[in-house]
Design a binder for this molecule. Structure first.
Ligand code: ZN
Length: 461
């Protein structure tokens, strides 16, 4: 079962509706023909069937077909530490949960955790994940484990290493040297280049978490290599205050001054912003990821989505990490993205279901610069798509967009293809032995919590 990827299929996938998220819009009684990892044709089921009478058909006239969801921001390195510290603010959570884990997290743990959480993501319709490794364990090359896990599962994605070397005064974790950090970036980049489906971004956990020396070395490397950046920006009010105290500038101004806006930059959160910040990032062509569940758990704030979209900034949706969400259920994040905006604006019309689903598909792809390959069901794009089956949640389909955003759950996700390979078939993972993975992860998670001194420590806070 695990270890080898399934073959690329030549098949017709049909549904009561195909939501292309492209120019063709929503097709009733539609279908998609995929072959050799590519979308060959999108149209009515009757037409595609007539043209290809002998091809196998997946799906029926009752389910829904959508592009694979793009999880535009998460941390698979947190896979083994969910369900702890949920009453902490971001700064406390970082110092008391994430940082103590850093020096104990090995590449093997990262790989096994990645496979485990990939199962959760695939089951919620994710085909692409933009990941940032947020732990630094000197000498371990642990970030490589995430890349290896994604390759093993057959998932498309981008990896980055968000090491910090300025970790505050309360932690005993020794920081990595600037040379060690830069070497790990280089090695991760080379390994990603050698993989078929995984790309690389230069990770910056936060600007404030890095020494001036590391910030400058990173900016140099991005300029030299043309590396795009993946970072967190303007997540909590404290970040704005500390940035002002350290640099007399707001975080987006500081990112610009360092040169990080000269390359494509994707910023998670972007909550605590002024109009001048929005204009500056928009002008530079930067993009944003909204992570509603993590923002609510940490009490961080509400991303001003309407203002970002009005400035023509590409916005994707992310789950954020397994330690700050704490789930990797993308369908939940999609629904929460809509609900959080509605309750914040006290206006149910502030965002509609189609707009939210677009952010989770084509919007996320645009934010990551991969809209030419994925994000919508259009001829010539890679065959990354999801078939939602007519479970009880989808028994009555009046408006297919609302049905996906407000009703669908992981149980509705029947089939998932990445690059034409079926990673979920009739609700069964084809590249992951799920029960065995859960067993192994359980032991590793206990051992990691024990080594990091977290066992039983955070649940009572
Ligand atoms: Zn994050």
């Amino acid at each position: 079962m695990a270890g080898t990827l399934p073959r690329r299929e030549s098949v017709i996938i049909r549904g009561a509706w195909v939501l292309t998220m492209g120019a063709a819009g929503a097709l009733e009684n539609g279908a998609v023909h995929i072959a050799d990892g590519v979308i060959r044709q999108v149209g009515s089921y009757a037409d595609l069937r007539r043209e290809h009478p002998t091809l196998p058909v997946v799906g029926d006239g009752f389910g829904l077909v959508i592009p694979g969801l793009v999880n535009a921001h998460t941390h698979l390195s947190e896979a083994l530490i969910p369900g702890m510290g949920s009453e902490l603010t971001l700064y406390e959570w970082g110092e008391r949960l994430v940082t103590p884990v850093a020096r104990h997290l090995t590449a093997e743990m990262a790989r096994k955790g990645t496979v485990l959480k990939a199962a959760e993501m695939i089951r919620s319709g994710v085909t692409f994940v933009n990941d940032m490794f947020v732990h630094s364990n000197p000498g371990s090359q642990a970030s490589m484990g995430v890349l290896e896990g994604l390759v093993e599962v057959g998932m498309r994605g981008m990896v980055s290493f968000g090491a910090e070397d300025s970790l505050g005064e309360t932690t005993e974790t020794p920081p990595m040297s600037v040379d060690e950090v830069m070497q790990e970036h280089q090695e991760l980049s080379s390994a990603a280049q050698a993989s078929e489906l995984v790309g690389f971004r230069y990770g910056i956990g936060t600007l404030l978490g890095q020494s001036d020396e590391l910030l400058e070395a990173g900016a140099d490397a991005c300029r030299t290599n043309g590396w795009p950046v993946h970072t967190h920006l303007c997540e909590v009010r404290e970040e704005i205050v500390h940035s002002s105290l350290r640099w007399s500038r707001r975080p987006i101004q500081q990112a610009d001054r360092l040169g990080f806006l000269d390359v494509p930059l994707i910023a998670a959160h972007a909550i605590w912003v002024r109009q001048s910040d929005i204009d500056q990032l928009a002008e530079a062509g930067g993009s944003v990821v909204h992570n509603p569940v993590a923002n609510m758990i940490l009490g961080a704030g509400v991303c001003p989505l309407a203002r970002w979209l009005a400035a023509d900034v590409s916005v994707g949706i992310g789950t954020d990490g397994a330690a700050s969400n704490d789930s990797q259920n993308m369908l939940e994040a999609v629904k929460m993205a809509a609900l959080l905006q509605k309750v914040h604006a006290l206006d149910p019309a502030v965002i509609n279901a189609r707009e939210v689903l677009e952010m989770a598909t084509l919007g996320g792809a645009r934010a990551l610069g991969i809209q030419g390959q994925v994000g919508s069901l259009e001829t010539g794009k890679r065959a990354d798509l999801v078939c939602l089956r007519p479970t009880v949640e989808l028994a009555a389909i009046h408006d297919p967009y609302q049905q996906v955003v407000y009703c669908a759950g992981p149980r509705s996700v029947g089939e998932v293809w990445v690059d034409g390979r079926r990673l979920l078939a009739d609700g069964h993972l084809t590249t992951i032995d799920e029960p065995a993975r859960i067993d192994r992860a359980r032991e590793l998670a206990r051992s990691l919590a024990r080594q990091a001194g977290l066992e039983g420590n955070l649940s009572r806070l």
